[in-house]
Design a protein around this ligand. Sequence first.
Ligand code: NAD
Length: 255
Amino acid sequence: MMTEEERIKEACRWLSQFKNIAILTGAGISKESGIPTFRGKDGMWKKYRVEEMATPYAFQQDPRKVWEWYDWRRQLIMKANPNPAHRTIAEMENIYPKFTVITQNVDGLHKRAGCKNLIELHGNIWRARCIDEERIFGFTEVPLRHIPPQCECGSLIRPDVVWFGEPMPKKEVAEAFTLAEECDVMMVVGTSALVAPAASLPYAAKKNHAYIIEVNLESTPITTIADVSLFGMAGEILPELWSNVKKELDNDKSE
Ligand code: NAD
């Protein structure tokens, strides 16, 4: 059994040795920004029945209620800022020749932290779309005079996120699997790894011999396949790990 120090050292070794890195993130990475998760300790599930809100059925039954719930979530997110974990990941992107963040989050905090190579598997809470047309709205373009808002075509406008029971965006999923299969190291941060197909990405990476580094408060199904699991807050672990990696990279340069 490795000590915490040895685990950090191993993770650091892979991150300084390899050049193709994929990061998979979930709601846990935004927890320290003040955005509740769905599951885990203090998850949003306890206060609201997410199954009653984030589903096509809920929207069909009571679109106004669903819009109000999303408004409440948007208010929370608007007040939040990227935390040290988001910022570390954005900094890492500048160093590696191949680096992509695959996120299940809809909050847009990776982008706000400066990430450019980003795949948003579950959409983005700051976009909306017409339920009948292909038309996508940036949030400021949504006609909010009346809730639920309506498109010019007369159909309702909904948040452009993936709801429970809905298919995932094909292009993004295909891209994410290609990246998972090609990467040397996959870091899995703050996800309960229960929602497919995102939860399958670390398995795809592992099958292709990538090293898996997990960062979470507690063990998850990924823990069993992770080469190293670092337990604790992402906002503390990532900056610490990255400062060690930077030292290694600087040493390599000077040799
Ligand atoms: P989840 O809620 O199922 O799990 C959160 C995980 O993060 C748990 O394993 C928990 O132990 C871990 N965690 C909590 N705080 C942490 C911290 N400070 N550092 C490290 N780990 C921490 O989240 P999920 O796996 O992303 O899946 C659920 C769905 O939730 C996704 O589809 C996502 O779209 C949606 N969601 C998104 C947001 C957001 O955009 N911020 C918020 C809530 C839910």
